[in-house]
Design a binder for this molecule. Structure first.
Ligand SMILES: [Zn+2]
Ligand SMILES: [Zn+2]
Length: 159
């Protein structure tokens, strides 16, 4: 496998870890007030601004690959940014149309909000790290009574 592709995959995984631990930290030490407001509003700020928040929060990790080489540097940064874009989409989708989050058995972030969870279900794009680190909480989820629509996946608030 070429170096840039390996670095890109590592960047993607590191992005998912940054999301998990970043969100978990918001429930203990980091930006607690701002995050509590987000829980109170229970509303997504739109894909673009969510993406900006992730890049501002975890952007310090993006240049890490350059320690190895230029190729690894660009690959890692691309992987990290791709994860941030995906997580921002997943966040917005779960705030608007959680039933369309087909890649998780239950929409982890929607459940985190619906049940005012403060210690569990920190995953936004994926729920894998909650399962690994023991914070996955399985609760019944009431699927919104709406017909499935593929088009709606593109009708989220983008900005
Ligand atoms: Zn939260
Ligand atoms: Zn949220």
């Amino acid at each position: 496998m070429p170096v840039w592709l390996t670095a890109c995959l590592i960047g993607f995984v590191v992005g998912s870890l940054a999301e998990y631990w970043g969100h978990r930290a918001m429930h203990t030490v980091l930006l607690k007030k701002k995050h509590a407001e987000h829980h109170r509003d229970n509303d997504g700020q739109g894909w673009f601004w969510e993406f900006v928040d992730y890049v501002v929060g975890a952007g310090f990790l993006l240049p890490v690959g350059f320690i190895h080489s230029w190729e690894a540097g660009w690959g890692f940064a691309a992987g990290g940014l791709s994860y941030a874009a995906f997580a921002a989409y997943s966040h917005q989708l779960q705030h608007e149309f959680p039933e369309l989050c087909f890649w998780m058995i239950r929409p982890c972030h929607a459940i985190h909000h619906d049940n005012h969870m403060w210690k569990t279900n920190f995953g936004i794009g994926i729920d894998v790290w909650d399962r690994v680190f023991g914070t996955y909480q399985k609760v019944p989820w009431q699927r919104p009574d709406r017909p499935f629509s593929l088009l709606r996946m593109f009708r989220i608030k983008w900005i």
